[in-house]
Design a protein around this ligand. Structure first.
Ligand SMILES: [Zn+2]
Length: 612
């Protein structure tokens, strides 16, 4: 039962005698906001404030210790959070007590060889990403978390990192502006403009620079309990690594606030952080602050932005969505939606399948490849690019289908990258690797770069093996034991369909305008393919031919255009104005009407090739 204020006061006076002057109420509360903006509409009853988090207690300045707990405080600094900040506050208040225990009892039962499972329990994470568009309230929220932590844990060390502390040095002002009003002057032992605050309980809130241009290791001094990286997308990943290393002594936390990367100079590691946290691949939480849920800003003005900027800018800047780099060839690739572990239907002894429990899909590769006349008994469709460096090979794809469909067709299958055979080496080394991984000639069809019909990867080398003379990669793969190899289009001999055609088919499968995704890659089994699809850049609006990612991008596109042929231009036509950023992708159809759903290409500009 809570004690009455009088009983508390009496107890305190008895305990401390003449110490009353040394006692400071050091209590910091976070509650829900109940203002008219947060709770509009008629109110019969007053809206109840919910106490989300309460930190601190009565601090004795003479003994430098807690005199009493938070309930004994007669005063408190109270901060209110709007609906868009509640989820983060709830998470933080669940994390704090677990962390409090682990601060004093560092986990000892650590199996250093165990790299099996990542502990993604949100109460036991070591880092958190608060993402969102502008005005979502994430930086203000982080300041609340910093102050709550500093009040709760005496002698805590907290770093607040800003991206820039150059000569004009304006960025720490933002952090100072957020934190200053949250600190009761009675809590402050000393403060300096340059470094921050020291509180009476010994906690230090230190302002530091994580400037991208400066030496990130400059922040490397000793340990910290909590590190706040404000505008993390403007800091190199090295800063995160240093911060992450600094918090390990106390099982602390790196708290990143970030807008999604939008400019080329922004840091892509933040996107990876978000995707990995969302997928449960790291001990981190990711909470997005949707500014549409912040009633304290003019949300009409925010939503009106939609009509003033393009969709992409609106989604990144206003809504805080993580989108692929704007110059990405596979511009609609989503780590969250396209990088998914492969389906695992259960094979029964009689040859039937139980659908995969997670995806509901069955493997129809063999039937599908037979139906499109690629051959019989083929269980794996392999894409292949022939380069010794950076690598030879490509992804292994399979086709899956909802078992309620009668039979697999181009309209109802999805393709899934279930493995990749990629190595630095020549065609024969690739064959050896494929055999080592258990692939056999009779159940594999390879769709390789069509120029492999006449040239091989060791062309131009003086020491190319003599029996390679006059042969192409296709011949050498067959020599290596994989006889079933074909080019990306039956119509284009000794070459490939135009890269824009291939990329269009690829992106149409990745996600069409109806938001249907039909190409998935298993990120654990196909890490290089995933990375290439994410990073393949355009140069002057066209897919890069020289970037490292172009090889596996090509390697993925060959089997796709072979399976979903749709060729609109001949090999070397330069198509002006077909900027990748402006296009939209339409559903791939078997119907034969290759221009359904879009306007026909301008006559005279594009040479068409009809006979698919
Ligand atoms: Zn409010």
């Amino acid at each position: 039962m809570p004690k009455s204020a009088q009983v508390r006061a009496l107890e305190r006076a008895m305990k401390t005698g003449r110490d009353e002057d040394n006692l400071v109420d050091m209590r910091f509360d976070i509650t829900t906001c109940t203002c008219r903006k947060c709770f509009p509409g008629p109110r019969a009853d007053p809206v109840q404030t919910e106490l989300l988090l309460s930190c601190g207690g009565v601090w004795n300045r003479r003994s430098n210790s807690w005199e009493d707990d938070v309930d004994a405080c007669k005063t408190a600094v109270v901060s209110r959070v709007h609906p868009g900040q509640v989820a983060a506050t709830r998470w933080f208040s669940s994390w704090l007590p677990v962390h409090a225990w682990r601060r004093d009892n560092p986990p000892t039962d650590v199996d250093l060889d165990d790299d099996e499972e990542v502990d993604t329990d949100p109460t036991r994470v070591y880092s958190a990403l608060m993402s969102g568009g502008r005005r979502g309230g994430k930086s203000f929220w982080a300041a609340l978390a910093v102050v709550a932590y500093a009040v709760q844990f005496p002698r805590a060390i907290i770093w607040c990192l800003s991206p820039s502390r150059g000569k004009d040095d304006t960025k720490p002002d933002e952090i100072r502006r957020y934190i200053s009003p949250l600190l009761d002057p009675a809590w402050i032992r000393r403060q300096t403009i340059a470094t921050g605050w020291e509180l009476i309980n010994g906690s230090q809130i230190m302002l530091k620079s994580g400037h991208a241009g400066a030496d990130p290791d400059a922040i490397k001094e000793g340990q910290a309990d909590l590190v706040w990286m404000n505008e993390a997308q403007k800091m190199p990943q090295r800063v995160y690594v240093v911060a992450r290393g600094a918090i390990i002594d106390k099982s602390g936390l790196v708290l990143c606030c970030a807008n999604p990367p939008v400019e080329a100079k922004d840091q892509q590691w933040v996107s990876d952080f978000a995707a990995d946290a969302d997928a449960g691949r790291r001990a981190s939480v990711h909470i997005s602050f949707d500014p549409r849920r912040n009633p304290h800003v003019d949300r009409k003005a925010l939503i009106a932005m939609r009509h003033e900027v393009d969709q992409r800018t609106y989604e990144i800047e206003a809504l805080g969505m993580f989108l692929p780099a704007c110059d990405a060839v596979v511009y609609n690739w989503s780590r969250r939606d396209n990088e998914v572990p492969r389906p695992e239907p259960e094979l029964l002894p009689n040859g039937d399948q139980l659908p995969c429990k997670r995806t509901g899909l069955v493997d129809v590769t063999e039937e599908f490849l037979r139906s499109i006349e690629l051959g019989d008994g083929l269980r794996n469709l392999i894409g292949m690019d022939f380069q010794i460096t950076p690598h030879m090979g490509g992804p292994v794809l399979r086709a899956y289908m909802d078992p309620r469909e009668a039979r697999p067709t181009r309209d109802n299958v999805v393709l899934w990258g279930i493995d990749e055979i990629v190595l630095e080496g020549d065609e024969l080394e690739w064959c050896a690797e494929a055999r080592r991984k258990g692939y056999a000639s009779e159940d594999v069809v390879i769709v390789g770069d069509g120029t492999g019909e006449y040239q091989h990867s060791r062309r131009g080398e003086r020491e190319a093996p003599p029996d390679w003379h006059g042969r192409g990669s296709f011949d050498i793969i067959r020599m290596g034991g994989f006889r079933n190899i074909t080019r990306p289009s039956l119509l284009v001999k000794r070459n490939n369909p135009h890269v824009l055609d291939r990329v269009r088919q690829l992106t149409s499968l990745v996600c069409n305008v109806e938001k249907v995704r039909r190409l998935f890659i298993d990120p654990e089994r196909c890490p290089k393919t995933c990375k290439s699809l994410r990073e393949w850049p355009t140069v002057h609006g066209k897919p890069s031919r020289t970037h490292e990612a172009a090889h596996l991008g090509d390697g993925t596109s060959y089997p796709i255009i072979r399976v979903f042929p749709r060729i609109q231009r001949s090999g070397n036509t330069d198509v002006g104005g077909t900027s990748i950023a402006q296009r939209s992708d339409h559903p791939i159809s078997d119907s034969g009407d290759r221009f359904s759903g879009r306007s026909a290409p301008a006559v005279g500009k594009i040479k068409r090739s009809y006979g698919v």
